[in-house]
Design a protein around this ligand. Structure first.
Ligand SMILES: NC(=O)c1ccc[n+]([C@@H]2O[C@H](COP(=O)([O-])OP(=O)(O)OC[C@H]3O[C@@H](n4cnc5c(N)ncnc54)[C@H](O)[C@@H]3O)[C@@H](O)[C@H]2O)c1
Ligand SMILES: [Zn+2]
Length: 381
């Protein structure tokens, strides 16, 4: 049964050598408005942007040692001599202990309701600092300066913040929209290649769910994207953010439309869970999830085989993925069923019906899933 059908964003993507003019997007949800600014060198404009968005002068920068070593001097140059709150790097530190570290620093510095947190980092820093901002004194202003591609196109937009519990990922969280998101693609120059590729798979996802133009841009300019050429990278980030901002503005709390952002995530999350979040970067697991979703769609006659081939080709061109063939089928199936997208006993599954348009189905059967996982290469042993 088709539940929701989402159509394409059809406006053209303009690639350009002049990427200095920041692009502004707005996310409006029930009570709040966020502004997203995207542009090469936009970090330079941070002080003016913070002032223009009435972000208090009492700003607390949260980052990690790795990111601060690479970009701290630049942030200090523009913001003045800030003393950052540094959280240890890595997914395993996205926990309540790191949140407490932020609270401790805020309390010691007499932070008040008018204070603001500026999160400079990837999704781990953003989610953790964001959760601290959502909860300290029942919520203070949050600004994101995302430094990974994944954070620039995904985690900094939409207001989901939170941390992991030892028993599961993202179990503790809140919705807290950032006042401002400043996206500077030049910060990505220092990002390790694998992290960069991991973010690219989410960009592919936006193409699959909402924009054939974005998908084509990645397919035709793969090398320029890999080389992080601003003339291609900036438009790809802008288009991704535009899609996420648009979806979140229409459905902040994942009542319906926001589910399309989970394209590739049903099986992707299962692969991550079964390998204890160690084998794949998030985007890599999502790449497999998208391949599986496309396969399911073709098997149902909902997607043309040529469209699936285009996805296979693009994912192939983005580089090797860690293997899946040794993963036990039953464990993956169990993990899919445990996923939070199972509502009232039915598994909600987003499929693309063409590149750029999706629908949600809720009648996927176990034999169908098994067949898809078999074709992905999993075995029953
Ligand atoms: N809130 C949301 O809506 C949302 C959406 C998607 C993902 N997430 C969360 O995001 C997290 C993953 O985020 P991530 O992929 O950004 O990982 P991450 O924050 O762990 O960053 C990856 C690595 O890159 C390093 N790094 C960051 N910026 C760098 C730079 N500019 N140069 C060099 N190195 C840099 C970091 O130190 C880290 O080692 C997960 O916890 C996930 O749950 C949240
Ligand atoms: Zn994702």
């Amino acid at each position: 049964m088709a539940l929701i059908q989402a159509r394409q964003h059809r406006h053209p993507i303009v690639t350009s050598t002049d990427t200095r003019d920041p692009v502004r997007l707005d996310v409006t949800t029930g009570r709040t408005a966020s502004t997203i600014l995207i542009g090469g060198g936009s970090v330079e404009q941070l002080p003016a942007l913070l002032d223009a968005h009435s972000v208090s002068a009492r700003r607390f920068v949260v980052s990690s040692p790795t990111i601060w070593r690479l970009h701290g001097a630049e942030v200090q140059r523009v913001l003045g001599a800030v003393e950052p709150i540094l959280l240890p790097d890595g997914e395993r530190y996205k926990n309540l202990q790191s949140v407490t570290k932020v609270y401790d620093a805020l309390i010691r510095a007499n932070a008040d309701r008018g204070s603001a947190i500026v999160a400079v980092g990837g999704g781990v820093v953003g989610d953790t600092a964001g959760f601290a901002a959502a909860t300290f004194l029942r919520g203070i202003t949050l600004v994101h300066v995302p430094t990974t591609l994944l954070a620039q196109v995904d985690s900094s937009i939409g207001g989901k913040v939170g941390v992991n519990h030892t028993l599961g990922k993202n179990l503790i969280g809140a919705f807290h929209q950032p006042r401002l998101v400043v996206i500077d693609p030049l910060l990505l120059q220092t990002l390790p290649r694998r992290e960069f590729r991991s973010g690219l798979y989410e960009v592919v996802k936006y193409g699959m769910i909402a924009s054939r133009n974005l998908f084509d841009l990645l397919s035709h300019k793969t090398k320029a994207v890999f080389d992080r050429e601003p003339s291609v990278l900036v438009p790809a980030i802008v288009e991704s953010c535009r899609i996420k901002a648009d979806v979140v503005s229409k459905d902040e709390r994942e009542g319906g439309l926001r589910r399309i952002l989970n394209y590739g995530h049903t099986i992707g999350h299962a692969l991550e869970a079964v390998t204890k979040y160690r084998r794949y970067r998030h985007g890599e697991a999502i790449a497999y999830g998208m391949l599986a979703a496309a396969d399911l769609a073709v098997a149902r006659g909902a997607l043309a085989e040529g469209e699936r081939q285009a996805l296979v080709q693009l994912i192939g061109a983005l580089g090797p993925l860690p293997p899946v063939t040794d993963l036990p089928m039953q464990e993956v199936l169990d993990a899919v069923k445990r996923d939070k997208k199972v509502l009232n006993g039915r598994l909600h599954f987003v499929i693309a019906i063409e590149i750029g348009a999706t629908m949600t189905i809720d009648d996927v059967t176990e034999p169908e899933l098994v067949a898809v996982l078999e074709r992905l290469g999993l075995s029953h042993s």
